[in-house]
Ligand binder design. Structure first.
Ligand code: ZN
Ligand code: ZN
Ligand code: ZN
Ligand code: ZN
Length: 851
């Protein structure tokens, strides 16, 4: 229980920059066996690879259906040839097939119409009107997003684009993003903002400068503004502006009289991390070494004792592609335009930083950037080839897109060198003994002295295209049908590239500065050029590699409008990437590391002590705390291996039950003992009771319960907190009659209750419920897990807001200890915890003593 602290004369929060700290809320992970879709689980958060993004990673289902029908209709002999074909031959056969089956390509073109990425001026004006509507309603966040959508549809150089930026700057001013507001005003000015409207944005600029305490600049603007207004003569529309101007001048006068000391922003710095890079593996710590054996392939081993929290790998993605997210625009043309917000609206296409006021691509409506710099960099490196193919890339899925961008980044020279090398390697594999080994496990021609594949001639393993090329494609293990789908997708994409006249740019035969639109190809030949066939072969390899080596870049995304007292957060998959060094880590269901992301960079930290000689392991998603061994093994089968980690071995021994099934079990409706049994009928474990119940019945109740919880959350969303509480309490009562008290759903309900009370400002109630949720989370994930760390972070904020000073301080301490191990001392969360601590310690001593 939280003792009610006496209300201090000056609320402690007043010492902080904002008077109330917003609580960061995250939805608790759902118990795995209830929802097979794992998007709300921590697996995503920890950064599992392809596993949970399968739906978006592969081409749209219609195209998958077409290729699988085509596959089934193929001549059996051809099917056999395709199944056994090398990547080189697969591309050749795929080309022949697509030439013969022209309607397949036509169908693909049709499918692309569902995901348009070109600019549509009529969409722009519609979005702008919607933006204006939201703006008038005071919904500035929504207005901001709509103006950004509008800007992305305006043709470059059109006068409307300047209006978009100007409107957006108004929304930014209201949201308090002054620096970004100034950027948008500058954009409006440089895009030909009409002269007659200039006073409007100049006034806005002055207001921004004033808020930023740049008084001299503000005064200069005001002087220019006055002369402008004199020049135009006083018109009625300017009268209000003049009034505002005089108010601003008064404000300015006051500010100048009592200049405030310059604000000391974010003065708290975490301790710098100790980091010494490995001399033979780029991006890895010097406390690791690269090993290789037949069973485990390449893997990383501790070469000295490692302490929890120590950084082990810091790697920039070789390539990353933003996942479009759940809502692709699927509406037909005659209905309204899609106003849903996707990842493409929220994050920079190039560096994955969060977008506030995006800079649209000049050519398409899809790519949006955080800055002009990112837009230019992306254009030079890959987007000049991708820009006009946006719809096709969305249709063919993220894996295909990553494959294309990989070869674009590598450059044709390097691609053709390695493809040629792989053919040479193929020949070396003709002897039967070596055949069963995947290509890259054969000693590499010209590889380093140590003979570990992927290493350069000097024996160094770099985060390079060469290393990426050596990741296992598992050509022989993929199903022939899957290989067929990948082949046809890649070939169709290359044919499109050729038809769109992009081949020269792709093969780097054109100066990168060339911004002109490519002209359509003159020749109508259906035959892919030999160079593009080489490119297609490399892309096919990358698509197959992605199934085992794709790394999801995840972030905690804020849900909802973001202007409430409580912020919902959930982990989302942001991008799919190749990290050649990170890929060296093998999987374990009980890993000894934890991965976090910042932009396109990944950091791996030890999550527990690792002694010298031990392998460094990372979880690909199926964690022993979240799934039973059978489920884990099933999910891991896509990686073509059977997990033999300690957790799996232990659980596979007969008689050892998974912690997941014990904790997330049903309990007896009569005596509350655990229900047992693997069959359709479950029996009470208390022999004296002997109650039985059907599994289906209990599962049905569980589903009903989840529906009710969802309804309660909907009530919270429309600010009916009291009703939400009533409903959640009823759910809790109901759950108590058939779920084990340790069930994760029990924790989830406590977490939701805490959230509702927090929105009402009832901090003590909120803390009480959150503590119960933490107990359950600790039981499931362990006291030093990242999950527990997040819950403690929330608790710290609630205690802080409720002025429970000493308890807040001890909770901050615990949260800090756990989160710094997983995210490092520089992470945003640690910074925030330290700010809270600093704020609390500035409280008058007498208050501290009383609590
Ligand atoms: Zn950027
Ligand atoms: Zn573009
Ligand atoms: Zn395992
Ligand atoms: Zn019983």
């Amino acid at each position: 229980m939280v003792p009610r602290p006496p209300l201090p004369p000056n609320p402690p929060a007043a010492a902080a920059k904002s008077s109330r700290r917003r609580c960061r809320y995250r939805l608790l992970p759902a118990p795995p066996y209830i929802t097979p879709c794992v998007t709300r689980q921590y697996g995503d958060y920890i950064g599992c690879p392809a596993l949970y993004g399968g739906m978006m990673a592969l081409p749209v289902t219609e195209w998958q259906g077409r290729t699988s029908r085509l596959w089934a209709a193929l001549d059996p002999a051809l099917r056999e040839r395709l199944a056994a074909a090398s990547l080189h031959d697969a591309v050749r056969l795929g080309c022949d097939l697509l030439r013969a089956e022209q309607e397949e390509e036509a169908a693909l073109v049709q499918l692309c119409l569902q995901a348009p990425t070109d600019k549509k001026p009529e969409a722009a004006s519609w979005y702008r009107e919607q933006g204006n509507r939201e703006f008038k309603r005071g919904q500035y966040q929504a207005a901001l997003r709509l103006y950004s959508k509008a800007a992305s549809h305006e043709l470059p150089g059109s006068p409307e684009v300047s209006l978009c930026f100007a409107n957006r700057s108004a929304a930014l001013l209201h949201l308090g993003h002054f620096e970004v507001c100034l950027e948008d005003i500058a954009r409006a000015e440089s895009h030909g903002y009409p002269d007659r409207l200039l006073p409007k944005i100049m006034l806005r600029k002055a207001e921004c400068l004033l808020c930023l305490e740049r008084f001299q600049d503000a005064q200069d603007i005001l002087r220019v503004l006055e002369s402008k207004i004199a020049l135009y003569g006083v018109m009625t529309t300017h009268l209000t502006r003049l009034k505002k101007l005089s108010q601003l001048k008064v404000k300015l006068g006051e500010k100048e009289k009592c200049p405030e000391p310059a604000g000391e922003h974010g003065g708290i710095q975490g301790e710098p991390e100790i980091w010494e890079e490995n001399s033979s593996i780029s991006g890895a710590s010097s406390s690791l070494s690269l090993s290789f054996d037949a069973e485990r392939g390449r893997h990383l081993v501790a070469s000295q004792d490692i302490v929890p929290g120590q950084s082990l790998v810091k790697e920039e993605a070789f390539v990353s592609v933003l996942c479009p997210g759940e809502s692709l625009p699927v509406q037909d043309g005659d209905t309204a335009w899609d106003t849903r917000v996707t990842n493409a609206d929220l994050y920079c296409h190039h560096c994955l930083r969060q977008l506030l006021a995006s800079v649209p691509c000049q050519g398409c409506s899809y790519a949006k950037y955080c800055s002009k710099g990112c837009a230019e960099m992306a254009w030079q490196q890959y987007h000049r080839t991708e820009c006009s193919l946006g719809a096709l890339l969305l249709t063919l899925g993220v894996f295909c897109h990553v494959a294309l961008r990989t070869v674009l980044l590598a450059g044709f020279a390097e691609v053709s060198r390695l493809v040629a090398w792989s053919h040479h390697g193929d020949k070396n594999l003709q002897n039967p003994e070596a055949r069963c080994k995947p290509l890259s496990e054969a000693p590499a021609a010209g590889a380093g002295s140590r003979g570990i594949p992927g290493c350069g001639s000097n024996g160094r393993y770099l985060s390079s295209y060469q290393a990426l090329f050596h990741l296992l494609p598992h050509t022989e293990q993929h199903s022939p049908e899957h290989k067929f789908l990948c082949t046809l997708s890649v070939v169709a994409l290359c044919k499109q590239l050729q038809a769109a006249g992009l081949e020269a740019a792709m093969l780097n035969q054109e100066s990168p500065q060339q911004w002109s639109k490519p002209k359509a190809c003159e020749k109508t030949s259906d035959e892919l050029s030999p160079e593009l066939k080489t490119v297609a072969e490399a892309m096919l390899r990358h698509m197959l590699q992605l199934q085992c080596n794709a790394q999801a870049i995840t972030v905690m995304q804020e849900l909802g409008p973001g202007d409430g007292a409580v912020v919902d957060k959930k982990p989302v998959r942001l991008a799919t990437a190749f990290f050649p060094v990170l890929s060296l880590l093998n999987h374990s269901c009980c890993p000894n590391t934890s991965v976090s992301f910042s932009g396109t960079a990944a950091t791996v930290r030890a999550s527990q002590p690792i002694s010298s000689g031990q392998e460094v392991l990372h979880c690909y998603g199926p964690h022993w705390c979240r799934m039973r061994v059978a489920e884990r093994q099933q999910l891991l089968s896509q990686y073509f291996f059977e997990c033999r980690c300690q957790a799996c071995l232990k659980e596979l021994e007969s008689g050892v039950k998974s912690v997941v099934s014990i904790r997330n079990s049903f309990c007896c409706p009569k005596c509350q003992a655990q229900m047992q049994g693997e069959e359709d009928t479950l029996c009470c474990s208390n022999e004296a009771c002997a109650t039985s119940a059907s599994r289906d019945h209990l599962s049905g109740r569980l589903q009903d319960l989840q529906q009710q919880i969802k309804k309660a959350l909907d009530l919270l969303r429309v600010r009916k907190a009291d009703q939400a509480i009533k409903m959640l309490l009823k759910c809790q009562m109901d759950a108590g009659t058939f779920l084990s008290p340790e069930h994760l759903l029990m924790g989830e309900m406590e977490d939701h209750l805490a959230q509702v009370y927090a929105t009402l400002g009832k901090w003590q109630e909120a803390a009480r419920h959150l503590k119960k949720s933490i107990e359950i989370v600790e039981m499931h994930h362990g006291p030093s897990s990242v999950e527990t760390g997040h819950e403690l972070f929330k608790l710290a904020q609630i205690l802080f807001n409720g002025f429970a000073v000493s308890e807040a301080l001890s909770t901050i301490q615990r949260a800090e200890g756990i989160l710094s191990v997983h995210f490092g001392p520089q992470s945003a969360q640690i910074q925030e915890l330290q700010e809270m601590k600093a704020c609390l310690s500035q409280l008058p001593r007498n208050i501290l003593q009383r609590t």
